[in-house]
Design a protein around this ligand. Sequence first.
Ligand code: FAD
Length: 442
Amino acid sequence: MRIAIVGGGLAGLTAAAYLSDRPGVQGTVFERSPQLGGRAFTYEKSGFTLNFGAHAVYGIDRHTLLNMENELKLRFHSKQVDKRSVVYAKHGQLTPAPLDFVNIMKTGVLTTMEKFRFVAEIAAVITNIHHLKNYPTLGEYLNQSNASPDVKELWEHLVSSNFFITPEEARKVSGEVIAEYYHNLFLSQKPVNYILGSWSTITNQLADKISRNEDWEIAVKEPVESISMENDKFILNTKTRESLVFDQVIFAMPVQQIVKLLETSPWSSALEPYKNNTSTEVLVYDVGFSKVVNRPFHYISDMNNKLFISDVSATDHTVVPDGGQLLQGIAYLNDDFADENEKKQYLESKTLQMEALFDAYYPDWREHTVVKRVSKKAMVASVKNIQSNKLLPVQLAGTPFFFCGDGCEGKGELAERAFSSGRKVAQTILANTSQTRELSYS
Ligand SMILES: Cc1cc2nc3c(=O)[nH]c(=O)nc-3n(C[C@H](O)[C@H](O)[C@H](O)COP(=O)(O)OP(=O)(O)OC[C@H]3O[C@@H](n4cnc5c(N)ncnc54)[C@H](O)[C@@H]3O)c2cc1C
């Protein structure tokens, strides 16, 4: 069986690594960029390891990466972000973020009564998951709740940081999704970890595994341009080759790009309900310093301006040269603008707000800056997991393909959904293949 995987990001590489583990399965991973990794692409500059996206893993002890580590024999280390050094800033006041029960009791965002109330709410989520599950959205749950406005704001803020959406959008996440996510996260002993050495630690191992099987090819700089079907086989045309024949095709790219690629194909109507899905876009401001300028905390979230800064090197020392410091600032962006000019001004104002946050906590940072990268339109989640969006199932009625990626149905959010849907697709194909073999022997 020959399988084409379109996209060499976390999802495509995961699917390929599982499939290439099985004898008799051949395949090609097509990646349009010169390098693998997609939005988890990592590169070195002046001794700093810059990630296109951060490499935080939420609840690693209950994460899909744990299955992959065992099943694919991946070897990586991770380190927990020091929970006591994660702070929220509200109206200029700093307070520990309510990541667990100890931090909740310390946080200054809530009054003592509200702290108990919040702990009770979280305990209820853990013990009585069905309660929140019954609400169409977090917003509707909060509307009927008699909790104080601060407790409600905290819920929005927590969901905003875990789901990478604005606090307003947090209200639109379905009750079922919230209940499941926080059930998992609050039971985790390790709420936030960094993969040491960044995502490339994982992508390099997945790519090595695939390359060790000579029946598999990784084709970079080779975008797939069209797909058709003849006699139950898929015919792919890429930028450099024509009429490549495969038995199965897996799309491992953002849904919006799949819709575009299949726009004029017979399958476009099946994708119609997914066409208007919205993604989360952020402004990313990475800065590497020649020395540790200041380390008042490891993560700060500015609740008023919806920005946060992670001192990545406080947890992952491998991403900096000796003595250096690497910060990643992220600002959530609104996406409703009257015109391009308004958008430009908004992005300028967000950049200035971010620089003001650096100024406040990292004095003289500009003098020690060795590397700087500002990306004004980074796509974090290709599909925001809010009620008005529809995640793409890994198999869609009306199409003969498989789908995986962070816009697909799967466990967790963000990168975990890319990993879990990639794994699911591979396992489904392998299970179907075994069944076909058994049937042909019987
Ligand atoms: C700033 C930022 C911070 C983030 N922080 C975190 C975090 O802390 N924790 C976390 O879990 N996640 C985080 N993420 C999200 C995470 O990076 C993504 O969820 C994940 O990388 C998505 O992987 P994917 O394989 O689904 O998609 P992608 O990475 O988008 O991969 C799709 C690939 O398909 C390729 N492609 C597209 N079209 C074609 C074509 N026609 N032919 C061939 N190839 C094609 C693309 O070039 C790309 O390489 C962050 C993302 C960003 C941007």
